[in-house]
Design a protein around this ligand. Structure first.
Ligand code: ZN
Ligand code: ZN
Length: 425
């Protein structure tokens, strides 16, 4: 072996190395990954410089930064490193000139060490295919839930300047004119004789609707707030409105005792009628259950949700999210990047692939992806993914049996093009 190559190999062994283990579910269903699936394709890579990951069928390919993206492959994720060799996992970037489709990147909560994810406001949590946004985390103090679902201002509900309120009728109680501390308001798009309603009549009507949605507990501090709409014009009633320069609360909710958390269910545009906020006080509750089961505090009736899917606890002044061995996982969106450190390995999910990442300080004789050292007896083409092999010879990069993924028989994916990773040897 030439001396130069030996030196290169010695350097390679001592460089911080990112170990990347990818597990891909053969079935393509709503970007889900089945954590109980046995028919998966697993591959392991070792990298020492920035790389991009692509998926085609059940096969994963790593490509160095600067090399053109492959066509007809899902662009999953980037691994970048700084001068100190510290690695970060970064969502795939959207690029106008390339046809490859970048995927959303999610942190896998059950693999976090120490256990659980500390929830921050604006986190997006994904249970199965169902998403929740953390609107408020209130640990203490005199703060109440903010019920705005839109970022709109508090609208004027006082009616038009020319309206003679004394002549106007409330469309609920049918009495004319405002009462003391009970003005007539125009809270929706309705016009003419049905335009006005007493604010107390409207409050009472909304309260009755909220109590009928069956997700309030006896203490009253935990409830599901769903925006109510006018039955005639279908406009959503605002939680509060302005009349004669005064702010009037339209939706009145129970006093909520901190610590409490407010989660918004994120729904597709066609499901807007299911939009709402889960307001959950943990003042008298040690553990909050999320799942499909009836005993759940946040109950989500969806086939991708396990009966008892995840929990939120309030410990050491933090709201901590944990997975409860769910089938389709508990995830938190990674917006910018996530650091992989020596003592903090990380797992991420991108669609139907789960990727475990750890730093190997002394990788030893492992095949380095896209290594500059010529592969003995093989071609040294960094663009060929795991087949590149590197100076230590390829082989043994695939832990799973790629053919096993075909036994599921669901027929929902094209034939496997999995590379068994042994071609570099
Ligand atoms: Zn009335
Ligand atoms: Zn209306």
């Amino acid at each position: 072996m030439p001396q130069q190559q030996q030196q290169q190999q010695q350097q390679q062994r001592e460089m911080p190395t990112l170990k990347v283990t990818t597990t891909t579910w053969a079935r393509d269903s709503h970007d889900l990954f089945d954590y109980e699936a046995r028919h998966v394709n697993t591959k392991t890579f070792y990298i020492q410089r920035p790389m991009k990951a692509f998926r085609s069928g059940t096969d994963i390919q790593l490509i160095p930064e600067g090399v053109a993206n492959p066509t007809n492959a899902d662009y999953l994720v980037r691994f970048v490193s700084d001068k100190n060799g510290k690695f970060q996992v970064v969502p795939a970037e959207r690029s106008g000139s390339q046809s490859t489709n970048p995927k959303k990147l999610w942190l896998i909560v059950k693999d976090l060490q120490p256990t659980g994810h500390i929830i921050q406001e604006n986190d997006v949590i994904k249970l199965g295919r169902f998403k929740l946004r953390v609107r408020q985390c209130v640990k203490s103090g005199d703060v109440q839930p903010e019920l705005r679902l839109d970022d709109s201002d508090v609208p004027d509900v006082g009616g038009a300047p020319g309206d003679d309120l004394k002549q106007m009728q409330c469309r609920i109680c049918l009495l004319e004119g405002p009462n003391e501390d009970d003005p007539l308001v125009a809270p929706c798009e309705c016009k003419g004789s049905i335009k006005f309603v007493h604010i107390n009549c409207l409050r009472h009507w909304i309260k009755g609707r909220l109590q009928n949605n069956g997700q309030s507990d006896n203490s009253g501090s935990t409830f599901f707030y769903k925006q109510q709409q006018c039955e005639l014009c279908k406009t959503a009633f605002p939680p509060a409105g302005m009349a004669n320069g005064e702010k009037l609360q339209i939706v009145q909710v129970p006093n909520t005792q901190p610590p409490f958390i407010v989660l918004e269910n994120l729904v597709s545009p066609s499901q807007q009628q299911n939009r709402g906020l889960h307001v959950i006080s943990m003042a008298e509750k040690k553990i909050l259950k999320l799942g499909r089961g009836h005993e759940s505090d946040v109950r989500i009736a969806d086939v991708s949700i396990s009966r008892y899917h995840a929990t939120i606890r309030f410990v050491n002044d933090n709201f901590v999210l944990e997975d409860h061995n769910s089938k389709f996982g508990t995830l938190v969106a990674i917006r910018k990047s996530h650091v992989v450190d020596v003592d903090s390995p990380v797992s991420v999910q991108v669609g139907r692939s789960a990727i475990s990442l750890s730093i190997e300080e002394n990788p030893g004789d492992v095949p380095i992806e896209g290594s500059d050292a010529p592969a003995p007896g093989g071609n040294n083409n960094p663009g060929s993914g795991s087949g590149g092999g590197g100076g230590n010879g390829g082989g043994g990069q695939t832990d799973g049996n790629p053919d096993a993924s075909m036994e599921g028989g669901d027929g929902s994916h094209p034939p496997s093009q999995a590379n068994d990773g042994s071609s570099g040897g």
